[in-house]
Structures are given as structure tokens and as C-alpha cells.
Design a protein around this ligand. Structure first.
Ligand code: KG4
Ligand code: ZN
Length: 325
């Protein structure tokens, strides 16, 4: 069995995965959404303190599995430096105490493998990752063959939802709140410009749209918020659809997946489903409970890394907050 730890942002999670079958034997996550909600976003210092409280509590519940552990895995990049270090320090301590190898897992690879929790992998795959930290398209052939096709030049898809929700005083995380509010709004009411329409490059940008939404919020009344949310969600999604359409002209998709916290967004899902139809491509999604950050996805990657003996040594494994794919 492998014990895996996730603490890259505001979720403290630990999982136990059986190596041979990929079966998830234990998974517990303690989210900090409530604590950060009053600030309209994640406060790193507070997040680190909450991890220091939550992780040992969850670990206590894993004690019955300790004598069966063959390795300990942890998210070591990318993420918030002060929160990554909480998980990495705990993983190193477990590795020393139990004399088992250490596996440093990339969080973005974790999101890709959230598709395969308790399942066989299925590659090749074109993957759209939409989370609080990332908006990127990747071609994935295997664990070690992941190429990034496009990414955001500034804010991410999820982050822009968080910021717009904060402007409206809705709370955190903003994604589900904006999605809910948008249901009662008119998507065409505000004519926000789709980002990067005239730039041929396949890339993403959300800072301009976020600022356009800010102007609308500042000059609008509370009754306009649903229309602003709906128009914002529509254009944020149209931007992704426009760039994917361009990319598919050169590289038609066969199997396409959406992963990351914002892949829970139903409007985005439905628009991508429509886009894939003429290509006859299949759409893969993670189970809803594994879209947002969790340790089960880290454990699933760890099984693959364990089999390939991609271990990290105690003195070499360090956090790498900005490392990408
Ligand atoms: O993957 P995740 O849990 O954490 C990161 O790795 O960043 O993603 C969290 C992000 C937040 O920005 C949250 O607002 C966004 O995903 N999100 C959504 C929705 N649910 C979560 N964004 C849009 N629509 C949603 N339904
Ligand atoms: Zn994530």
C-alpha cells in the first residue's frame, strides 16, 4: 500500500491506495473553505497552520495501515510554498520512521490521474486542466510523456471565478457560487469581449475579462449580479471553446478529458460536449468528488511511479512551488 498526502493549497488530504489493484482503501480530506471564505481567497499563512492541525489528525486514522505501507507519496510541486512544506515534512518523517521510500508527485499530473482512480489508465488523451492555479491543454501519452500545448498567460479560469465572486461579496471558492448565480441570469446581457480573439496563438488569458467584470460589478446594482455572473461564465467558457476549436483544426481529438476543480462546471462541460460531437471524440471526466484537490489522485500517480521506481531521496526532495509541466 502507498500512503499519499496532498497539501498544495487549502485541502488537507491523505489516502491509502493498494499498489496491485489501485484500490482506494482510505481517503479523507479536510477542506479549509469556510476559514478562507471571509477573506474571499486563500490566505497562505492560515492555510499552513490549518494543515499542521488537520494532517496529523487524518494520519492518526491511518495507523492500522502503517505496517503494510511500501512507500509514502506527497505533492511536492506546484502550489503554495508554505502549505506544500507541511505535507513534504510529514512525508519525510513517515519515510524515516517506517524506513520506506519517498515519492514526490506533481500536482498537475495528479489532476490528470484523477481520471483513473481505481481504474486502468487510458492514453493517449488530450487533457484540459481548469483549476484555481491553472488553465492548460496537454497531450498525454504516458506518465512521462506529457506535453503542454497551451496555458494561461495570467489568471486561471477558476481563479477568475474566485475574483469575480469576491467582487460581488459572495465568498470563496467562487466557482460554484458564480455557477449557481449564473443559472438565474442572462448570458447575453453583458457583451464582454472574448479574450485573445485576434491573437492566433493558442493560449489563455483571464485578467482582461476579470477587469471587465469588475467594471460591470462596480457600476451595476445587486440585481444585475446574476446577469453579470451568467455573461462572465459564458465568455470565460467561450474563450476556451474558441481556442480548442482552433487547436482541433490541426489536431482533431480522439479522447478528451477535463480535469481540475473547475471541471465541475456544468456549463463548461456542456459546451465542450458540443464541441467534441462533430469529431466523434469521447469525453472523460473525473468523479465529481475527485475534481477538486484530493489525495486519492496523488496516490494513483504514486502507484505508477512506484512501479517505475521513480523514488526521491530524503535530502533531494524539496518543494518546488512554481514547477509546471
Ligand atoms: O483543482 P482545485 O481544487 O485546486 C487547484 O488546484 O487550484 O480547483 C479549485 C478551483 C477554484 O478556483 C474554484 O473556484 C474552481 O476550481 N471551481 C469552479 C467550480 N468549482 C470549483 N470554477 C467554476 N465553476 C465551478 N463549478
Ligand atoms: Zn488542484
Amino acid at each position: 500500500m502507498i500512503l499519499s498526502i496532498e497539501s498544495s493549497c487549502d485541502d488537507s488530504a491523505i489516502a491509502i491506495t493498494e499498489i496491485e489493484t489501485c484500490k482506494l482503501l482510505f481517503h479523507k480530506k479536510i477542506s479549509q473553505e469556510l476559514e478562507h471564505s471571509v477573506y474571499g481567497g486563500v490566505v497562505p499563512e492560515l492555510a499552513a497552520r490549518l494543515h499542521a492541525e488537520a494532517l496529523p489528525k487524518i494520519l492518526e486514522e491511518c495507523k492500522p495501515y502503517f505496517d503494510k505501507l511500501k512507500a509514502v507519496a506527497v505533492t511536492s510541486s506546484p502550489g503554495l510554498a508554505v502549505t506544500l512544506i507541511e505535507g513534504v515534512t510529514m512525508a519525510k518523517a513517515i519515510s524515516v520512521a517506517l524506513g520506506i521510500p519517498l515519492l514526490g508527485v506533481n500536482h498537475l499530473v495528479g489532476h490528470i490521474y484523477s481520471l483513473f482512480i481505481e481504474k486502468e489508465t487510458m492514453f493517449p488523451l488530450t487533457v484540459l486542466l481548469v483549476s484555481g492555479g491553472h488553465t492548460q491543454v496537454m497531450e498525454v501519452k504516458s506518465l512521462s510523456e506529457i506535453s503542454t500545448i497551451a496555458k494561461s498567460m495570467d489568471d486561471s479560469f477558476g481563479e477568475s471565478f474566485d475574483k469575480v465572486a469576491k467582487m460581488m461579496g459572495l465568498g470563496y471558492p467562487g466557482g460554484p457560487l458564480i455557477e449557481q448565480l449564473a443559472l438565474s441570469g442572462d448570458r447575453k446581457k453583458y457583451n464582454f469581449t472574448i479574450p485573445l480573439m485576434r491573437i492566433p496563438k493558442i493560449a489563455f488569458s483571464y485578467s482582461g475579462l476579470k477587469n471587465a467584470a469588475r467594471l460591470a460589478v462596480e457600476s451595476g446594482a445587486k440585481e444585475d449580479y446574476a446577469d453579470i455572473a451568467a455573461s462572465f461564465e459564458h465568455v470565460a467558457t467561450a474563450h476556451i471553446i474558441h481556442k480548442l476549436k482552433k487547436y482541433f483544426l490541426i489536431n482533431p481529438p480522439q479522447s478528451f478529458a477535463i480535469v481540475g476543480g473547475a471541471s465541475a462546471n456544468l456549463y463548461l462541460r456542456s459546451q465542450i460536449e458540443e464541441l467534441l460531437k462533430p469529431h466523434g471524440a469521447s469525453l472523460l471526466l473525473s468523479e465529481l468528488k475527485y475534481c477538486s484537490d484530493n489525495a486519492a489522485m496523488i496516490g494513483r500517480v504514486a502507484v505508477e511511479m512506484y512501479e517505475k521506481e521513480i523514488f526521491s531521496s530524503l535530502d533531494v526532495l524539496d518543494i518546488s512551488p512554481k514547477s509546471q509541466l
